[in-house]
Design a protein around this ligand. Structure first.
Ligand code: MTE
Ligand code: MO
Length: 374
């Protein structure tokens, strides 16, 4: 069993797949704290968790005509450490809502998302120290390869635009700490790429190699996965070559309290609703609206954000937690939330127009059905 060396996980996880391990924390715990505890951070593995000896592990930076090997010690001592607080979200978060229709993929609820403080070295600094010429116009992508292999000995890999990797405030780092401690094995021990504001899939765990190229990574996960299609595209007509890779993520929000199916005893006709909101690309959340009457009236939520002095970033990479007091009538009630980001992007009302056969990027208004007592 190639998965026999996988680490221990908390039993509270909602497991979507055991081998490889894919699990999300329960919704009622997700927004309990601004920073997601490491042991509650969702796990999305495509392959067995590799066993890596931190002393002998080397990250190979291959630039075609030159190459350097970095030990963990090199990474920690030769580059200025930076700490970046970012939310990471899987492209399949909330896929379950699309599965009324035909989709392929793990049936994620709304908790394939989490926020952590990551400490590491900037990819920009690493590439420059390896002799990379940022003005080389032939290079357009930076590739990351992991240490986790499949049966054909191909490892997990992904790439991001050079622009993002080399930008001073793109905050792409090779992290060796997650919330101040060694990164847990499930999350990439000893080192992983952190690509803030981008889809989870580019945050390559168990990093063993950084390369550059004129094209995107040829990895299966860059070429034939993590691409969205029109609602009318079928498995027969899906053209993966033509479809662009998902990179920056759209605006999303979700309700964490109350839980679907709850029976609520309101206080003075009001119910407290909580949740998260996030947008990709470093965009902040400007507003969250909550309704319990089908969208006739909306309450503005109060927002909790990251401490702006906590790290070196000029952007808002991390989520906003929110709370709203919403008037409710007795009976069956649907509570709805929607967020607006700093580019005034809003969420679509329902999943119909954004449905895609892979079930990616579910960011429609989030709806929770409850019963309100008299
Ligand atoms: N990196 C490697 N090496 N192998 C993987 O399977 N999964 C990716 C990404 N990096 C993956 C990986 C996907 S799809 C996501 S959503 C995130 O890691 C999940 O990170 P987490 O498990 O720390 O939450
Ligand atoms: Mo993912």
């Amino acid at each position: 069993d190639p998965f026999s060396k996988d680490p221990f996980r908390l039993p509270v996880f909602r497991i979507n797949s055991k081998k490889p391990f894919n699990a999300e924390p329960p919704i009622e715990l997700l927004t309990d704290s601004y920073i997601t505890p490491n042991e509650l951070f969702y796990v999305r593995n495509h392959l067995p968790v590799p066993e890596i000896d931190p002393d002998s592990h080397r990250i190979s930076v291959d630039l075609g005509d030159s190459s350097i090997q970095l030990s963990l010690e090199d990474l920690k001592t030769k580059f200025k450490p930076v700490t970046i607080t970012t939310t990471i979200q899987c492209a399949g978060n909330r896929r379950q809502e699309m599965s009324d229709f035909k989709t392929v993929g793990l049936s994620w609820g709304p908790c394939a998302i989490g926020t952590a403080r990551w400490t590491g070295a900037r990819v920009r600094d690493i590439l420059l120290s390896a002799g990379f010429d940022p003005d080389d116009k032939t290079i357009k992508h930076v590739h990351f390869n992991g240490f986790d292999d499949d049966i054909t000995n191909t490892s997990y890999g992904a790439s991001i635009p050079k622009q993002k990797a080399m930008s001073l405030d793109g905050d792409v780092i090779i992290a060796y700490k997650m919330n101040g401690v060694d990164i847990p094995r499930d999350h990439g021990y000893p080192v992983r790429a952190i690509v803030p504001g981008y889809v989870g899939a580019r945050n390559v765990k168990w990093l063993r190699q950084i390369t550059v190229g004129s094209d995107e990574s040829t990895s299966h996960w860059q070429m034939n996965d993590y691409k969205a299609f029109s609602p009318s595209t079928t498995f027969e007509t899906a053209n993966y070559k033509k479809a662009p890779s998902i990179q920056e993520m759209p605006v999303i929000s979700a309700i964490s309290v109350p839980k679907p199916g709850s029976i609520i005893d309101p206080e003075d006709g009001m119910v407290e609703v909580k949740g998260y909101a996030w947008s990709g690309g470093g965009r902040d959340i400007m507003r969250v609206d909550v309704s319990a009457d089908g969208g006739n009236t909306w309450q503005e939520a109060s927002l909790t954000k990251d401490d702006p002095d906590a790290d070196d970033s000029a952007h808002c990479w991390a989520w906003t937690l929110w709370t709203a007091e919403v008037p409710v009538a007795a009976g069956k009630v649907e509570i709805i939330c929607k967020a607006i980001d700093s580019a005034n992007n809003c969420q679509p009302e329902w999943i119909g127009p954004i449905w895609n056969l892979r079930g990616f990027l579910t960011n429609a208004w989030h709806r929770v059905n409850v019963t309100v007592e008299n």
